[in-house]
Design a protein around this ligand. Structure first.
Ligand SMILES: [Zn+2]
Length: 263
């Protein structure tokens, strides 16, 4: 089975279509702690569905505040709130969280403060960080290094990796994973795809980030987890491996990183 390691879905039909397409696991990523409860209920419901019908995918979620919401949540969400929300068995990651200077250049300090709280929560719970990063490499690494200094080690993934080789080398040094989205299938994504050519194969995940960023040949349509196979095909091609090998490797990688998830 394939796993979509990062999607945002709300309806059962989309999830069930993924299951029928061979995507047996979905990490339905949290963006805002306000919606965590609804996502948890959906995950629990899909456990029941999976017991009745093995084609229904398993689903997990994460808790965190997306950098877009960081300024608004700064006085509302503290480290303890994230840690507390992470206790549920279906929460397997801290995030998505991170820094986005493409859209939030005027609120860098607020974003940094909120991201640092997630790093703390990850250090305290041992749950992996699921990181969103755009045009903020230097500050992001600095905050991660601070966390490593305090907690000895951190784990996590740069989801929807779109950065350069230099940043890839730095996160590789930290032992972090990087995740490929539909962008690697775009003509304009050749530089990003090249990073996946050399990154350690046991540290690569695949995702859709649906409903955004549908891979070729679905580009421009609403993305959905079933389409993660197109990203898997591209990674297989880049690495000179079969799609079955990429399926096995990326699924093993997912459960290695997210060890709280029951396979
Ligand atoms: Zn996302």
């Amino acid at each position: 089975m394939f796993v979509d390691s990062h999607c945002h879905i709300e309806d059962d039909e989309t999830a069930l279509r993924a299951g029928s397409a061979g995507v047996g696991g979905l990490l339905n990523a949290g963006k805002d702690l306000d919606e965590a409860q609804a996502q948890l209920l959906m995950c629990v419901r899909f456990d029941d569905l999976h017991r009745q019908n093995p084609l229904a995918p398993k689903m997990w979620t994460s808790v965190g505040v997306h950098p877009d919401s960081a300024p608004e949540k700064l006085n509302k969400i503290q480290v303890e709130d994230i840690v507390k929300a992470a206790q549920h068995p279906k929460v397997i990651a801290i995030g998505e969280c991170g820094l986005d200077y493409h859209y939030g250049a005027e609120v860098k300090k607020e974003q940094q403060e909120m991201f640092a709280r997630h790093v703390e929560a990850s250090g305290m719970t041992g749950l992996p960080l699921m990181i969103h990063q755009r045009e903020a490499e230097e500050d992001l690494l600095r905050i991660l290094y601070d966390g490593v200094k305090k907690y000895g080690q951190l784990c996590g993934v740069i989801h929807c990796f779109t950065s350069n080789q230099q940043f890839a080398d730095a996160v590789r040094e930290l032992g972090f994973y990087i995740s490929a989205s539909g962008i690697v299938t775009f003509k304009s994504g050749a530089d990003v795809a090249a990073v996946f050519q050399n990154y350690p194969i046991d540290k690569i995940l695949i995702e859709t980030d649906s409903p955004y960023l549908a891979p070729v040949p679905y580009r421009g349509k609403t993305n959905e987890p079933a389409f993660v196979l197109k990203t898997a095909e591209k990674i297989a091609q880049i690495r000179g491996l079969t799609i079955q090998e990429i399926e096995r490797i990326t699924t093993d990688n997912f459960f290695n990183l997210y060890s709280k998830a029951q396979r």
